[in-house]
Ligand binder design. Structure first.
Ligand code: 16G
Length: 251
């Protein structure tokens, strides 16, 4: 539960301070909210006080509060959940140059993760899966379909398929696939990744609790062992409002 006192004090200070120039009130409130996020006065799971409470405590109109929040929601800094309130939207930033696993990557940022299994089974590869994994038609594969969550918020749907010989019993994988592959000496050392902009289907949006047809980052990854054998083919749908990829470019 958010303790609103430090947030309100900061917002009052921002409203009183003109920095020598005239700034519209709603922008001062925005600046205060950004500072509050930076200083961890509001965390990702905490709802802002209601528009009415903010307006009353700060002595400004509800229209001003609504305007500040609307602009921040448009920029992806805040999330407005119907009936639940306004929340800080913590975005995950991932460099594109490292071959990391979801679990490792989030742990290195201090983000708590968990997952919901949607499927863990053995089956026959589709023609496309067989091609991606360089298997002959009709080969057995293991399928892992997970909803992955960061700080208790659904972040992505991840469907992975692997040659069955690497994961004969998919139910043995409890959390990290890469940890399991490392344990059997089959952790990939190289991957090719393709990222495309899409809109969530109604089914995927429902699973992730986002608006149908909202923005989605679709990512396909094929990972390889050091002898070039494909070890996984993964199709992931990430929430477009929560994930940023960064790439370092060098001359
Ligand atoms: C990442 C990888 C995915 C890999 C998974 C293993 C992307 C787009 N995908 O999500 O290919 O299977 O990590 O994570 O980065 P785990 O070890 O936590 O199961």
């Amino acid at each position: 539960m958010l303790n609103p006192a430090p947030l309100l004090d900061l917002l009052k200070t921002e409203i009183a301070d003109n920095y020598g120039i005239s700034i519209p009130l709603y922008k001062k409130i925005q600046r205060g909210l950004y500072k509050a996020i930076e200083n961890n006065l509001i965390g990702s799971d905490e709802a802002l006080p209601s528009e009415r409470d903010l307006a009353a405590s700060l002595g400004v109109s509800r229209i001003t509060i609504r305007r500040a929040i609307a602009v921040m929601a448009e920029n992806g800094a805040l999330l407005q959940r119907r009936g639940a309130g306004t929340f800080v939207n913590i975005r995950v930033v991932q460099p594109l140059s490292n071959l990391t696993s979801f679990t490792e990557d989030m742990a290195s940022r201090g983000i708590k993760t968990d997952l919901i299994w949607l499927d863990r089974s053995v089956g026959i590869a589709s023609p496309h899966e067989a091609e991606m994994l360089q298997l002959t038609a009709g080969s057995k594969i293991s399928r892992l379909y997970r909803m992955r969550r960061a700080d208790d918020r659904p972040l992505c749907l991840e469907y992975a398929c692997l040659p069955n010989k690497f994961v004969p019993e998919p139910k043995l994988i409890k959390k990290s696939l890469y940890k399991y592959l490392d344990g059997i000496g089959k952790k990939p050392i190289r991957a090719m990744q393709k990222i495309s902009a899409e809109l969530f289907t109604i089914e995927h949006a429902h699973l992730l609790g986002v608006e149908p047809h909202s923005a989605c980052l679709y990512i396909e990854r094929r990972s390889f062992l050091d002898d070039g054998t494909p070890v996984e083919f993964v199709c992931s749908h990430y929430r477009g409002d929560s994930y940023d990829f960064i790439v370092e470019l060098k001359l």
